[in-house]
Design a protein around this ligand. Structure first.
Ligand SMILES: *Cc1c(COP(=O)(O)O)cnc(C)c1O
Length: 529
């Protein structure tokens, strides 16, 4: 007897395989037509018209639609209005184009739908993930006593690092088991150090860990946005003198804005002196480990107690894919929970791993396969060269900016992120503060206009209180010619909007408010769909 639902799932029958092939082929066609062949990094559709289209269709209709028509409609209404991460002008964030081989891997990951929590839900997956994490530990310089686990990304990996650091400290300091008893009474005195350029997830983790954001003490950075080890030493001395309890130091290898790498070896020395857990956030910079040229920049990473690395950034994997690496495997015991149904003792007795014991997730994807297949297909050398290429593109872009009086480079690129400002012509009689505010608003408008025209997706950030533009040049398809072209667009739009702003400011001279009204221009340019 066959089930009436057979047709909906892929299995041995020809019918079901035909349905699967059709669905996947249609999805592939739509991806190629509405995404890969897009003329720019964004359709330019404005949010209101997109919402209108989505409201026309009930989320859950009483009766379903055929798969062909459905995928077709998703192509024209959803896929077409994506951020086209493969476009050379999509350079806002640490948001990469995924390698084609990893897209094939993704089809196998979701098609087999293995769950990494227990061996009996992912037999080959469990063993292969263990092999890959062991390799990762090795290339980051860890000894065989180390271990790791795949995570949803940097947020989860940073959380895990600080979670283990917190529990380790309480155990060592007071013999207190946080997992069982909750926070100790002294918890309000515990402190985490990171640089002021560290990722916001350090504070977020502190909050989630019940320690509060007040636990995080930020250390000043030098002119290259790297944590100042001398300042960290001073802060540690004064915290200790005040009776506070620093227990973790977070070093960043690749800050989100500038790609700066903290002085890892010096910070490891400080961590040793003060008995701190050193967590290295290499979410962005970790990929340099594959490069013949730049791997040396990560020297000292092997001294960290734990490491965050993301694969959905400079390893070109589809979201999500990251890992958490731990120098001393036994510290995973701080988060070990026993669920009788997931990690039966007889498995452990037979050396069968159930990875749930190392993770804060239960059901978990076999994302390791994507990274594995990508490494197997490209090989270390080609992978490393591809990363070097993006660093070269960033350098060339920085050169263009430095040579152009209408642009100002904010710091040499440390990796492949380039931060800069457009310098609008001066307006006579304007104070420095007014000029600064006008330029800030102008940068916000330039970014919005590039997006609305569908020319480029660039980021905006603040450096020392001033709004800047940022290119994050992860995409190896982006060349120096592309960035030169986008810089020309920045100047064109800056000139166009700057004139309007200067006029409106001259008209408003003497009034309190200082605004630039270019929203109309931007709206007219935004295409309705
Ligand atoms: C991206 C990033 C994170 C957050 O990682 P997700 O993968 O987005 O969760 C943390 N730290 C740094 C330095 C990052 O660049």
């Amino acid at each position: 007897m066959s089930s009436p639902y057979d047709r909906l799932f892929l299995h041995g029958s020809e019918d079901s395989q035909e349905e699967y092939r059709q669905a996947m082929n249609r999805a592939m066609d739509v991806l190629i037509r509405d995404f890969a062949s897009a003329p720019g990094p964004y359709s330019g559709a404005d949010p209101q018209s997109l919402l209108r289209v989505y409201r026309e269709v009930p989320v859950c209709p009483e009766d379903g639609a055929p798969i062909d028509a459905l995928i077709e409609r998703i192509g024209t209404t959803v896929v077409r209005h994506s951020a086209v991460v493969t476009d050379p002008a999509c350079i806002a964030h640490l948001h990469c184009p995924p390698l084609s081989v990893s897209l094939a891997a993704e089809a196998l990951v979701s098609g087999t739908n293995q769950s990494m929590d227990s061996w009996d839900q992912s037999m080959s997956g469990t063993l292969l993930e263990e092999r890959i994490t062991a390799w990762l530990c090795g290339i980051f310089g860890y000894d065989p006593g180390s271990d790791g686990v795949f995570t949803s990304g940097g947020t989860q990996s940073n959380f895990m690092g600080l979670l283990l650091a917190r529990n380790h400290f309480a155990k060592r300091q007071w013999g207190w088991d946080i997992q069982r008893k909750g926070l100790p009474p002294e918890a309000s005195r515990m402190r985490i150090l990171c640089s002021e350029a560290a990722h916001f997830t350090v504070k977020q983790s502190a909050a989630l860990l019940g320690l509060g954001e007040q636990t995080v003490v930020t250390v000043p950075v030098d002119s290259r946005h790297r944590m100042r080890a001398d300042a960290a030493a001073e802060i540690l001395a004064s915290l200790t003198a005040e009776g506070l309890l620093p227990f973790a130091l977070v070093a960043t290898a690749g800050t989100t804005d500038f790609g700066s790498i903290d002085p890892l070896r010096e910070l490891a020395g400080l961590a040793r002196t003060y008995g701190l857990w050193l967590h290295a956030d290499a979410a962005y910079g970790g990929a340099l480990v594959l490069s013949d040229t730049y791997a040396v920049r990560l020297r000292g990473l092997e001294l960290a107690d734990s490491i965050t690395v993301d694969f959905h950034k400079m390893f070109y994997q589809p979201i999500s894919c990251g890992a958490f690496l731990l120098k001393e495997r036994r510290y995973f015991d701080y988060i070990r929970l026993n669920a009788d149904y997931l990690n039966p003792e007889e498995d452990e007795d037979h050396g069968i791993p159930n990875l749930v014991t190392k993770s804060v997730q239960t059901t978990r994807r076999f994302d390791a396969l994507k990274l594995y297949m990508s490494l197997q297909h490209l090989g270390r050398r080609a992978f490393g060269e591809m990363i070097d290429f993006t660093v070269e593109t960033a350098r060339a872009t920085a050169r263009f900016i430095r040579q152009d009086p209408q642009l100002e480079l904010i710091g040499e690129p440390e990796m492949n992120a380039v931060v800069f400002r457009y310098v609008p012509p001066a307006v006579p009689g304007e104070t420095e503060e007014e000029a600064g505010l006008r330029a800030d608003l102008l940068h916000t408008e330039i970014r919005a206009q590039l997006l609305a025209e569908g020319r480029a997706v660039v980021a905006r950030t603040r450096v020392k209180g001033r709004v800047c533009l940022k290119f994050t040049l992860l995409n190896p398809r982006t060349t120096a010619e592309h960035t030169a072209g986008i810089l020309q667009e920045v100047k064109r739009i800056g000139g166009m909007l700057g004139r309007t702003a200067a006029r409106s400011q001259a008209a408003k001279k003497g009034t309190e408010s200082l605004t630039i009204d270019t929203s109309n221009g931007a709206k007219k340019k935004a295409r309705a769909i």
